[in-house]
Write a protein that binds this ligand. Structure first.
Ligand code: SIN
Length: 330
C-alpha cells in the first residue's frame, strides 16, 4: 500500500518536472525584421539596436532576426508577407502604404514640412498619432514613426529649375502623390523597387531619383549620378509596422517590453538619422564624384510653385484637417 503511494508521488513529480522543463524549454518567439536599406543607415542601425535590446531584456523569450538590403523581402512583398505571418516587423517608407491607406499619403506632399522638427511635431501630435492606426483595417498596426530625413534630387544632368526636369525619367516609390509631383514639373515618374535603383541609374535607364543623403550615400547612387540638387522638397520617413494578429497574440508583458525596446531603438535611430543627414552629405561632397547644387531662394520658389498644386489634388483622399495640422508647426 505504502509503496503504491510512493510510486504515485514519484510519478506525479516526474510529470511535473517534465512539464516545467517543457515550459522553460519552449521555443522563443521569433521576430523577423525585414528591411530594404543597408545596415549603415538610420533604419539599419535602429533595427540592429532593437535586436540588441531584445537580446538583453528578453533572452530566451524573444529572438529578433534582422534581414537588411531586401535580403528577405523587397518593397512590394513585405507587407503581404507580414499578413501571411512570414515576417513580424518592418519599417517601410511612408510612401509605400498606398495599398493599405490613403491617409499616409500626406507625408509625400511636396514642401509640406519646413524641417525635421516640424515633421516630429506633427508625427507626435494628435493627428500624427491617429494616422498610426490608419492601417488597422488591413490587419496592420503602426507602432511608431522612424526618421530618415528630407529628400534631395539626384540626376545625370544639373537640375536648377523645374524646366530642367522636363521629359526626364525619375524613379519613385510606389506613391501616386510622388508620381503627381514629378508630372507637375513635366517629368516621367517610374515606380520601381529600391533594390533596382542603382542599376537603373548606372545603366542610364532612368535619369534621376529622389532620396535622402543617407540612402544616396549608402547605396552609392552618388557614384552614378553626377548632380544632386539640395532641394529638401519632401520627406522620407518610416512606419514601424506589425500585424495585429502577431502583436495582439503576444503575452501582455512581452508586448510591453517589446514596445519599450522599439521606442528606445527608434530614439536611437532618429539620432543616427540627424547625424547621417550631415555626415553622409559631407562624405558625398568629399568624394568629389558629384556636384551639389544649392538653390537660390528664387530657384527654390519655382519648384514650390510648380509642385505645390499637388496638395489640392490629394486633399480629399488625405483629409484637409491632417494637412492643416501638418503645416501648423511650420
Ligand atoms: C528606404 O529608405 O527604406 C527605401 C527608400 C526608397 O525606396 O527610396
Amino acid at each position: 500500500m505504502r509503496s503504491n503511494k510512493l510510486l504515485l508521488v514519484s510519478l506525479i513529480l516526474a510529470v511535473a518536472f517534465v512539464a516545467s522543463a517543457t515550459v522553460s524549454m519552449a521555443a522563443p518567439i521569433v521576430m523577423k525584421f525585414s528591411h530594404v536599406v543597408a545596415e549603415n543607415t538610420p533604419k539599419g542601425q535602429m533595427a540592429n539596436k532593437f535586436k540588441e535590446l531584445v537580446a538583453q531584456r528578453l533572452a530566451g523569450k524573444v529572438v529578433v532576426e534582422v534581414f537588411p538590403s531586401s535580403q528577405l523581402f523587397g518593397d512590394n512583398k513585405v507587407l503581404e508577407a507580414m499578413l501571411l505571418g512570414d515576417v513580424q516587423l518592418a519599417a517601410p517608407s511612408l510612401s509605400k502604404f498606398q495599398k493599405y491607406t490613403k491617409s499616409l499619403q500626406i507625408f509625400d506632399l511636396p514642401f509640406l514640412f519646413k524641417d525635421m522638427a516640424a515633421v516630429e511635431k506633427f508625427q507626435q501630435g494628435p493627428e500624427g498619432q491617429k494616422l498610426l492606426m490608419s492601417v488597422e483595417k488591413k490587419g496592420l498596426i503602426g507602432l511608431g514613426y522612424l526618421h530618415n530625413g528630407l529628400k534631395q534630387l539626384s540626376a545625370s544632368d544639373p537640375l536648377r529649375v523645374p524646366a530642367d526636369a522636363k521629359g526626364k525619367k525619375f524613379r519613385i516609390m510606389t506613391s501616386d502623390v510622388l508620381a503627381a509631383q514629378f508630372k507637375a514639373v513635366g517629368a516621367m515618374p517610374l515606380k520601381k523597387p529600391f533594390s533596382e535603383v542603382f542599376t537603373l541609374l548606372q545603366t542610364r535607364a532612368i535619369d534621376g531619383q529622389e532620396n535622402t543623403w543617407s540612402n544616396i550615400y549608402s547605396k552609392k547612387f552618388f557614384e552614378v549620378q553626377p548632380y544632386i540638387t539640395e532641394s529638401n522638397h519632401g520627406l522620407l520617413d518610416y512606419l514601424l509596422v506589425t500585424s495585429i494578429e502577431f502583436w495582439m497574440g503576444l503575452p501582455d508583458d512581452i508586448r510591453a517590453e517589446l514596445k519599450k525596446a522599439l521606442d528606445e531603438a527608434t530614439a536611437f535611430g532618429n539620432k543616427v538619422a540627424a547625424q547621417k543627414a550631415i555626415e553622409d552629405r559631407q562624405k558625398i561632397i568629399d568624394s568629389k564624384r558629384c556636384t551639389i547644387i544649392e538653390l537660390t531662394d528664387a530657384e527654390r520658389q519655382l519648384w514650390v510653385d510648380a509642385m505645390k498644386p499637388v496638395w489640392k489634388k490629394f486633399e480629399k483622399q488625405i483629409g484637409k484637417e491632417y494637412i492643416d495640422a501638418a503645416v501648423a508647426p511650420n
